[in-house]
Design a protein around this ligand. Structure first.
Ligand SMILES: Nc1ncnc2c1ncn2[C@@H]1O[C@H](COP(=O)(O)OP(=O)(O)OP(=O)(O)O)[C@@H](O)[C@H]1O
Ligand SMILES: [Mg+2]
Length: 220
């Protein structure tokens, strides 16, 4: 279970022009195996909320408790390990490593946690098979289509069998048909997990168990 208690995020300081109250007093509970979509206008705080849940940024105040662990109590090193072990990220811009093959990209989280390359590559190829891209395993990102790149990114996000998958506009760079296909993969692969997705697309949002709308940094 994920619990956000009275979470606020302020960027910059009051004296500077970059001062922004991005999130205000967010209380939110997400159960295990629940899928949630976050919708709201550009600048409303969606990415900030997702990145706070993903422990990539710290809230200015409030607490994030994931499976009973208060994220504020973990050191930066422990947080990085926690993220690599328990959270899978999927981004609009794929964020694949351009110099690595599909297999190497998918294997990366395993290598980070010290798994031997040979074993990691076997697991990565099994994962590529699950997203229908075994044939593309030796391709580098610029030799793949947008939809294929996103499936590689999904395979990478899933490789350590994380309990939580976070996706920020995962279909934002794709045409409608490819976006639907990616959504099908995401739904299928995350059905036993907590899955939180930011999207502008109301139809995609409606596929999640619950929709959360944010406006000016508040849940409404
Ligand atoms: N590092 C930062 N420093 C200062 N302000 C920031 C920073 N990051 C985001 N903001 C501001 O915080 C607010 C929320 O940003 P956020 O990226 O969470 O919005 P969003 O809902 O994801 O928007 P979009 O749909 O355009 O991606 C915006 O007003 C943005 O300008
Ligand atoms: Mg955003």
């Amino acid at each position: 279970m994920i619990e956000l208690k009275n979470v606020s995020k302020i960027y910059g300081s009051e004296k500077k022009d970059t001062f922004v109250k991005a999130l205000t007093d967010i209380d939110l509970t997400i159960e295990d195996k629940e899928s949630v979509s976050i919708i709201g206008k550009s600048g409303s705080g969606k990415t900030t909320l997702l990145n706070i849940i993903g422990t990539l940024i710290k809230p200015t105040s409030g607490h994030i408790i994931i499976d009973g662990i208060d994220m504020a109590e973990l050191s930066l090193d422990k947080l990085a390990v926690f993220r690599n072990e328990h959270i899978g990220f999927v981004y609009q811009a794929y964020m694949l490593e351009g110099s690595l093959t599909a297999t190497e990209n998918v294997a990366l989280p395993l290598m980070i946690s010290g798994e031997a390359p040979k074993k990691a590559f076997i697991k990565a190829e099994e994962m590529l098979e699950k997203v229908g891209l075994f044939e593309r395993r030796k391709h580098k990102p610029d030799e793949l289509s947008g939809g294929e790149k996103q499936r590689i990114a999904i395979a990478r996000a899933m490789i350590k069998d994380p309990c939580l998958i976070l996706a920020d506009e995962p279909t934002g760079n794709l045409d409608e048909e490819t976006g639907r296909m990616i959504m099908k993969w995401l739904k299928e692969l995350t059905k036993e997990k907590k899955f939180i997705m930011v999207t502008h697309d109301n139809e995609l949002a409606s596929l999640a168990d619950r929709q959360i709308r944010i406006k000016d940094g508040r849940i409404c």
